[in-house]
Write a protein that binds this ligand. Structure first.
Ligand SMILES: C[S@@+](CC[C@H](N)C(=O)[O-])C[C@H]1O[C@@H](n2cnc3c(N)ncnc32)[C@H](O)[C@@H]1O
Length: 346
């Protein structure tokens, strides 16, 4: 075999191992198996009893997880390997990546619908993807908890100062999904009120529950609706990883401009991809393109879109949309992040 054939075969095999193991991680999370293991090492019998599952299945999963390196075995009992609690269990921790399984499974389950959509040109509504909303929310949550109010907003001192000032600022979070960004902002800035808007009613129901559990429901409200048609008046409008999903991004930006108070800004975070199509691309862009094919593009096409950009929203495209929407100033912010690039429009 040539080197190219060898290398590609190895790559595909590695991807298959990763995909299969990710599904077993999701299985362990859904059944609460890692949560039981957090209490201490388990045998198949004790795990089966504590989690309410069949013992034979428990043994197979424990052995498989140990073979994969997620568990360690000693004296016939299986315990969490170093780092597993932080990466797969601590949903609010900075290292959490346990939502990756829900993300992958969510797009995989809808692939037959996407295959049909490729033939017909139709869309697949965001709300039909189910698991994906939890995957996205879970994946982005640590960034909202630790970076949004710890780094990103303080990086624009004018915005940070307005959010700290009296009378309390009003914030609009467009495409808020399950609302972790809205809740994080309300927690960090006790005087502000936040309104989250999203087209997906299931996400909005989850967002209301999450805000209530966080004790900020008196200052954070959520509404199902199209970002292009939202009303009100706001000192800050945020759009986190959602502009590329919107069917009429220029309409959304134009509408947002009309909702800003004097001195107000729009803060956008969207994918950190290269300025031009480049192939082969880096890992982050490869992930964005894969999700674009399987999820974002079909979901946007279900919106009866003016533009169906897909996940890969490049900086020159976004800045051109901002000009078209009538913003006098638009800038790329110098905020470092592996996944997202940040923009401020005024
Ligand atoms: C990738 S998710 C990001 C959600 C959330 N901002 C986060 O970071 O977790 C994109 C969101 O945009 C929402 N969306 C798409 N088109 C929209 C529109 N026209 N108006 C409002 N929300 C929209 C989707 O329903 C979805 O919740």
């Amino acid at each position: 075999m040539t080197n190219a054939i060898d290398a590609l075969s190895e790559r595909i095999f590695g991807a298959l191992v990763g995909a299969a193991e990710l599904c077993t991680v999701e299985l362990g999370r859904e059944l609460g198996l890692y949560t039981v293991l957090r209490d201490g090492p388990q045998t198949p019998g004790t795990l089966a009893k504590a989690a309410g599952i069949d013992e034979r299945y428990a043994r197979e999963w424990l052995e498989q997880q140990a073979a994969a390196g997620f568990l360690v075995v000693a004296d016939g009992s299986f315990g969490l390997a170093d780092g597993v609690a932080e990466v797969l269990l601590d949903e609010d921790g900075p290292a959490y990546a346990g939502a990756a399984g829900a993300f992958a499974l969510g797009v995989a389950l809808l692939t037959p619908r996407v295959i049909e959509a490729f033939r017909t040109g139709a869309g697949v509504p965001y709300s039909d993807y189910g698991h994906v909303r939890h995957g996205i929310a879970g994946f982005n949550r640590p960034m909202f908890t630790y970076l949004l109010t710890g780094e990103w907003l303080p990086a624009v001192p004018e915005i940070d100062a307005r959010l700290r000032a009296q009378p309390g600022a009003s914030v609009l979070d467009l495409g808020c999904g399950m609302g972790y960004s809205s809740v994080a902002m309300a927690r960090a800035y006790p005087s502000i009120t936040v309104r989250g808007v999203d087209l997906d009613e299931h996400s909005i129901a989850e967002a209301r529950r999450i805000a209530a559990e966080a004790g900020v429901a008196d200052r954070v409200s959520f509404m199902t609706g199209d970002a292009a048609e939202t009303g009100g008046s706001y000192d800050l409008i945020t759009v986190f990883e959602a502009l590329h999903d919107m069917g009429d991004p220029v309409g959304v930006l134009r509408n947002a401009r009309g909702l800003l108070t004097a001195g107000g800004s729009v803060l956008i975070a969207d994918e950190r991809v290269s300025d031009e199509f480049t192939a082969p691309a880096g890992e982050v862009e490869r992930l964005q393109y894969a999700f674009s094919v399987l999820h974002c593009l079909p979901a946007t096409r279900a919106e009866d879109p003016v533009v169906a950009n897909g996940t890969v929203l490049r900086a020159p495209t976004l800045l051109a949309w901002a000009r078209e929407a009538g913003y006098a100033e638009s800038e790329v912010l110098g905020v470092e992040n592996d996944f997202w690039r940040f923009y401020r429009l005024r």
